[in-house]
Ligand binder design. Structure first.
Ligand code: NA7
Length: 546
């Protein structure tokens, strides 16, 4: 069969989620010909896939979990709740797609199956699941930090004949739990958000817990029209605050107080006030040494364990729910009635550390203590996060070298966006960037604005390709790891450290410096891009240059 002709663009964007949507808008505004590919049927990325019951924003939340590039967009969109439901975030993203006419340049239901750099042409060529082939000077990987589902390999799991859903691949048709015996594996954010909702409907729910978690009250509440009006009236100042704060949300600077600047009574009163208020602000108003000092961390961990003990009636169940790692060193979780759910008669908790899963059968899960008959299995088992989807894409760089080879020992990158041997490839929210530690729509915007400026510089100066030097990558690695190692974060197994995926390089790969990161990348641009190697535009590449 003759192969499809190759479509030519200036930039190919992989992914039509929060980052890919802005990539398209921004690069198109710069006058580039851009094509976006996404496997889903519409925009939204992670928000399109994660439709499980109870799915909500579990960060600082609305109305500031949003793009900041358009005043009009801010002014015309109303957010109903502080912890927006998944469907509300998706409505917003669909509105953005309509408003900026994004869909005309997005090809949906199309997976990029191969991406390959051509050194002579200085261009990337992609092959897709629909047979479309395309080439472009720039490849923007907006593939998501939480988009490759982690499917547990447990003996017999494929024999289970009942309904089985992963929270990150939830069906679009309604799922009924009515009258069913359901088991949930996983007690991260997705498990802890969905378990109370499933328990309300199911005949029986078995929670299969590997690691007990610290979870904090979500504090979800309606956003009043007056609050929306105030946010709009003060938008310029609030956006400045978002830019300045390490989280990308408009909070006051982090407190510069140690947990031991207060007496035990004052400290407890502080935790109690934050607990009663709820929401992610809890973590942003904490003492400054909670993630640094073991002793300070223990004061909060003890407080939360006490709250769990108070919420759960059965002491044996409460014991199993007691987390024993440093608090906040796994992704902090916001919950709405999670611990209280274990007081229901139809809910049972299995502690897999004491009572491990042996296998699944057609109709049950068997743990060391016996058989649990089930009709439905919910896998809230998370993602091969941060680097996983880049590795699944596995682009081939100079000399046809695949990314998985370059990343065998660690996720080599410079500024969290570029990789040596992979010229003109840019990652959004990749390893080495703040990614999930920052307001993600704003973070994507800031990275893409930087990338757009860089592309402009390249074309102005007649360069055809750019990539970082290995030395710059090594120095960046030292910086990323140096910041993380000054904290307790790397000392707990989590998806932040890659510990949830067997065989993955294990280290804390996100840039924890928050707004310092954006200063660092601005400085690199201001100093005329030290750490990069530039290549003049080749004659063959010239013919296809925009
Ligand atoms: P997470 O936070 O990675 O949670 C996954 C959960 O699944 C966690 O409790 C894991 O236990 C558990 N898990 C994973 N594999 C297994 C196996 N094989 N057996 C038993 N238990 C398992 O993913 P989420 O989807 O909840 O949240 C991801 C992020 O999305 C979230 O942090 C927000 O940022 C949004 P473990 O703790 O690894 O022992």
């Amino acid at each position: 069969m003759p192969s499809e002709p190759v479509e030519e663009y200036d930039a190919i964007v992989i992914g039509a989620g929060v980052s890919g949507m802005y990539a398209l808008h921004h690069l198109r505004e710069m006058g580039l010909a851009v094509r976006v590919y996404d496997g889903a049927t519409d925009v939204g990325g992670t928000w399109w896939y994660n439709r499980y019951p109870g799915a909500r924003v579990d960060g600082p939340g609305s109305p500031f979990y949003c793009y900041a590039f358009s005043d009009e967009l801010m002014k015309e969109w109303d957010w109903a709740e502080t912890q927006s439901e998944q469907s509300a975030v998706l409505d917003y993203l669909e509105h953005v797609a309509d408003r900026f006419d994004l869909r005309r340049d997005i090809q949906f239901e199309t997976w990029v199956e191969d991406a390959r750099y051509d050194e002579a042409e200085q261009r990337w060529t992609v092959e897709t699941s629909t047979g479309v082939r395309a080439s472009a000077r720039f490849l923007i990987c907006a593939v998501g930090a939480l988009s490759t589902a982690n499917m547990p390999e447990i003996p017999g799991i494929h024999d289970f004949a009942g309904e089985c859903y992963h929270t990150g691949r939830w069906p679009h048709e309604p799922v009924s739990f009515e009258g069913k015996r359901v088991a949930v594996i996983g007690t991260g954010s997705s498990g802890i958000q969905s378990i109370p909702e499933i328990a309300k409907q199911a005949a029986h729910l078995t929670v299969l817990q590997r690691t007990p978690q610290f979870a904090f009250p979500a504090g979800n509440r309606p956003i009043t029209p007056a609050e929306m009006a105030e946010a709009r009236a003060n938008w310029d100042a609030l956006r400045e605050k978002m830019y300045a704060h390490g989280s990308g949300f408009p909070f006051d600077p982090y407190p510069a107080r140690s947990a031991f600047d207060d007496t035990p009574e004052e400290r407890r009163a502080h935790y109690e006030a934050l607990w009663q208020r709820g929401g992610f602000g809890f973590f942003l108003d904490l003492y400054s040494d909670i993630a640094i000092s073991e002793e300070a961390n223990a004061t909060l961990a003890d407080f939360v364990r006490e709250k769990i003990r108070e919420a759960v009636h059965d002491p044996e169940t409460a014991r199993k729910l007691m987390p024993d790692h440093f608090v906040i060193t796994k992704r902090p979780i916001l919950h709405d009635g999670y611990f209280e759910t274990f007081n229901r008669d139809n809910v049972a908790l299995v502690d897999l550390r004491e009572d491990p899963i042996e296998c699944f059968t057609k109709t049950s899960v068997i743990t060391a203590s016996g058989e649990h008959p089930i009709d439905m299995l919910v896998l809230a088992t998370g993602f091969d996060a941060i680097s996983g989807t880049m590795l699944r894409l596995d682009p081939k760089g100079r000399g046809g070298v695949p990314l998985h080879e370059r990343w065998a020992d660690r996720f080599h990158n410079y500024l969290g966006m570029t990789v040596s041997g992979f010229p003109n490839l840019f990652m959004i929210h990749g390893p080495g960037s703040p990614g999930v530690f920052y307001n993600m729509p704003l973070g994507a915007e800031r990275q893409l604005n930087w990338i757009g400026d860089f592309m402009h510089v390249l074309s102005e100066r007649g360069f055809g390709a750019v990539e970082p030097t290995p030395d710059a990558e090594d120095a960046w690695f030292d910086e990323v790891v140096g910041i993380a190692n000054a904290t307790l974060f790397p000392r707990t197994d989590s998806w932040w450290t890659g510990a949830n995926i067997e065989g993955k390089p294990r280290y804390f790969s996100a840039y924890l410096g928050g707004s310092i990161y954006y200063q660092r990348i601005a400085d690199v641009a201001g100093q005329d891009y030290p750490g990069f190697r530039f290549e003049p535009l080749q004659a063959s590449g010239d013919a296809k240059a925009s």
